[in-house]
Design a protein around this ligand. Structure first.
Ligand SMILES: [Zn+2]
Length: 431
């Protein structure tokens, strides 16, 4: 089967982007952005390629998409967003740029046309210096790339409709555009990149206002508690800003001792710093105040697991899974707990569930491979490590793992057949 040309551009681009951009690699953050994206995709019907979402570890307020469905959101955008709905607005917009082939529709005689650059990559084939140079240029160009007014309006119109259909408040898209505009008015010298790459004109705002009116949104939907603040705290912790996070939330907790969110987020920061005892106290108080806090049962499960309170950890994961039985992270971290307890068989099952629920995430098959390794099932172990490498666009490593796996399992075994197909597909698509 031939690989879709845009899917191929995307894959090549991702390989280069991994080398040139620092990406946030935290399972909570990655899964959060991925889930918002997939929620929007779920109302859009069949897709011609796999969408992938990444968070670039830079404070810029920016986002961009590449033909073939690779979408990059900057940390700065997550830090400055005021609701998950605002992120959904940006992702809806970027998904439409990719889905409706906006870059191809823009291509013309323009000598620095991005599609031209991406085309060079395809024509270049091998990993030669020229192809690598073109990738670098394409990467730089994509970050600064701006579409025509007509395509921007189309991305807004359809993006807002789909985000609303997916259950997000479409007015968040408008509030985001307005906040951008205000920021530009306040400090004109400091125009957010997102405005350069997606020019904001009064007609963009007017257009989104019109769509929202046509959608007949009356009052905010009950979306449940917004997970965004927890993500913003995790991002700050990842940047080793934990002292200021702890200071800020300790102050909040002393002012508002019954604020469940403040206690929960303080606990997250304390856990990150290894202060298990106060973290535990704050989690337990936060949960008593509001058991519906997003992520709290999973966070508590991980803490109890770390301090060896395995019974409490299992109870917390059971609650987490009852509330969100299709949440891959609940299974991923349950798997970690089971590994700690040396219950490798159940750990493997938990990782397998995580992998089935989130089939494009590379971490679950990686953990699964490692557990099979511990269980001395090396053929299965190499197979899942190969799957994980494939999802990380590490084709050469994937090939090596698959070849090791098939040598152990034999080509006639059921899994051997599957691996043979994986190897064929890898060979067919080349580089
Ligand atoms: Zn745009």
């Amino acid at each position: 089967m031939q690989e879709d040309p845009e899917a191929r551009i995307s894959r090549q681009f991702r390989r280069e982007a991994k080398k040139q951009l620092k990406l946030v690699s935290n399972p909570e953050i990655e899964s959060y952005v991925d889930q918002v994206g997939r929620q929007i995709l779920s109302v859009m019907g069949p897709q011609s390629f796999d969408y992938r979402f990444f968070v670039v570890d830079e404070s810029e307020l920016n986002a961009f998409s590449v033909p073939g469905g690779s979408i990059y959101v900057y940390r700065g955008l997550l830090e400055q967003a005021k609701s998950t709905g605002e992120l959904a607005g940006v992702l809806g917009h970027e998904i439409i740029h990719a889905k409706n082939h906006h870059m191809a529709r823009l291509s013309g005689p323009d000598p620095i046309s991005l599609l031209g650059l991406l085309g060079m990559i395809l024509a270049g084939g091998g990993p030669g210096a020229q192809a690598a140079g073109a990738l670098g240029q394409a990467l730089a160009a994509t970050r600064q790339f701006s579409y025509s007014r007509q395509l921007e309006l189309e991305a807004d119109t359809l993006g807002v409709r789909y985000m609303a259909q997916a259950g997000y408040d479409p007015r968040a898209a408008l509030s985001f555009l307005k906040a951008l505009d205000q920021q530009r008015a306040l400090s004109p010298a400091d125009v957010p990149t997102y405005l350069l790459t997606h020019p904001l004109t009064q007609d963009r705002v007017a257009n989104v206002e019109l769509i929202i009116r046509s959608l007949n949104v009356e009052r905010p939907r009950s979306e449940g508690p917004d997970p965004l603040k927890r993500m913003q705290v995790i991002l700050r912790l990842e940047r080793h800003d934990e002292d200021s996070v702890i200071g800020e939330y300790e102050k909040l907790v002393s002012q508002y001792p019954d604020n469940a969110e403040a206690r929960h987020l303080l606990a997250v920061a304390q856990q990150f710093q290894g202060k298990s005892a106060p973290a535990r106290g704050n989690y337990e108080k936060a949960r008593a105040l509001d058991p519906r806090r997003p992520g709290i049962d999973r966070d508590m499960g991980r803490l109890y697991s770390q301090i060896g309170e395995f019974q409490l950890a299992h109870e917390a994961f059971e609650r987490a899974l009852r509330a969100a039985p299709r949440e891959a992270l609940n299974f991923l971290f349950l798997g970690e707990l089971l590994e700690r307890e040396n219950n490798l068989r159940d750990a493997a099952n938990a990782y397998l569930s995580a992998s089935n629920l989130s089939p494009l995430a590379p971490l679950p098959p990686y953990r699964l491979g490692a557990v099979y390794g511990k269980m001395n099932r090396l053929g299965d172990g190499y197979y899942y490590l190969g799957r994980s490498m494939l999802l990380q666009d590490e084709d050469e490593k994937a090939m090596a793992d698959f070849e090791r796996a098939i040598k152990i399992l034999g080509p006639a075994s059921p899994r051997g057949q599957v691996i043979k197909e994986e190897i064929e597909a890898l060979k067919a698509r080349g580089r």
